[in-house]
Ligand binder design. Structure first.
Ligand code: CP
Ligand code: NVA
Length: 301
């Protein structure tokens, strides 16, 4: 594993290795055991979109590993004035030991990896959010003990979160059901991958999708960059909500996850959100541990 660009690139074994290391790093942090695997290393963090969790967890994680994080806003970089990503990659490769990037187009992240010669970590694109889904898998295993026999149901937009969840959950052996309105399904590349599995289904019925689910997940109806479509999307996604009716058809002990930020009374009711705050905020914490594991795997050589 040279980069973390998308879940599609990871083998099941690589995913499990990252989760095991993440569990170990979480244990070490909680018990005050130092783990300076990246002493003297630097991580550049390029943000072309807003962030609370990704920025703070990468920055803190790098510090805990003994390294140094640099926050690089695209407003201040020449990339924001049109310097090609291919040139940025070759320059930054000469200063840094790794780059985390949050941007719009997946091809920009792939170009950084192609032209640079240091590990690239995708901190969210319009296509996928692998760091979040590694944290989600870590949280699912923490609460459920293993992935065996579990069903994950995602309700909402066929967006970056849906894409990475479909791939990640199928790769670790879970059944996956997705409920999306017509016109908002995941892209062909993801559906082609998923349809190779016989434990994948896609429907436009949230209730059908949630039946006997062990894990229910949703995300905002309008992602970053889609603010102009918010009103159209509110109409398209009406009913695609995790609420009491959905919880009633899932397993009694079903857990609920949300990558955050959440829009209460849109994709999830306040009541369900607060009833499952324990899992949701553990999931947010696990971003730190999962990403530290990714950085160690990629940068500790
Ligand atoms: N879930 C997530 O990626 O949060 P931020 O946008 O705050 O980084
Ligand atoms: N789908 C959301 C996820 C935010 C973490 C977005 O892209 O804005």
């Amino acid at each position: 594993m040279k980069h973390l660009l998308k879940m599609l690139d990871l083998s099941t074994e690589e995913i499990i290795d990252i989760l095991n290391l993440a569990d170990q790093l979480k244990y070490e942090l909680k018990h005050g055991i130092p783990h300076p695997h990246l002493q003297g290393k630097t991580l550049g963090m390029i943000f072309q979109k807003a962030s609370t969790r990704t920025r703070v967890s990468f920055e803190t994680g790098m510090y805990q590993l003994g390294g140094y994080p640099l926050f690089l806003s695209s407003h201040d970089l020449q990339i924001g004035r049109g310097e090609p990503v291919q040139d940025t990659a070759r320059v930054l490769s000469r200063y840094l030991d790794g780059i985390m990037i949050r941007t719009f187009e997946q091809k920009e992240v792939e170009a950084l990896a192609e032209y640079g010669d240091i590990p690239i970590i995708n901190g969210l694109t319009d296509f996928c959010h692998p760091c979040q889904v590694l944290a989600d898998l870590m949280t699912i295993r923490e609460f459920k003990g293993s992935f065996d026999g579990l069903k994950m149901c995602f309700i909402g937009d066929g967006n970056n979160m849906a894409n990475s969840l479909i791939v990640g959950c199928l790769k670790v052996g879970m059944a996956v059901s997705v409920a999306c309105p017509e016109g908002y399904r995941p892209p062909g590349e993801i559906l082609e991958f998923a349809e190779r599995y016989n434990n994948f289904e896609i429907t436009d019925s949230p209730l059908k999708s949630a039946e006997n689910a062990d894990i229910l997940i949703t995300d905002v109806w309008a992602s970053m960059g889609q603010e102009g479509e918010a009103e159209i999307r509110k109409k398209a996604f009406a009913g695609y909500q995790i609420n009491d009716e959905i919880m009633a058809v899932a397993h009694n002990d079903a857990m609920v996850l949300h990558c955050l930020p959440a829009h209460r009374e849109e994709e999830i009711t306040e009541k369900v959100f607060e009833a499952h705050a324990k899992e949701i905020f553990e999931e947010a914490e696990n971003r730190l541990h999962a990403q530290k594991a990714v950085m160690v795997k990629l940068m500790a050589k």
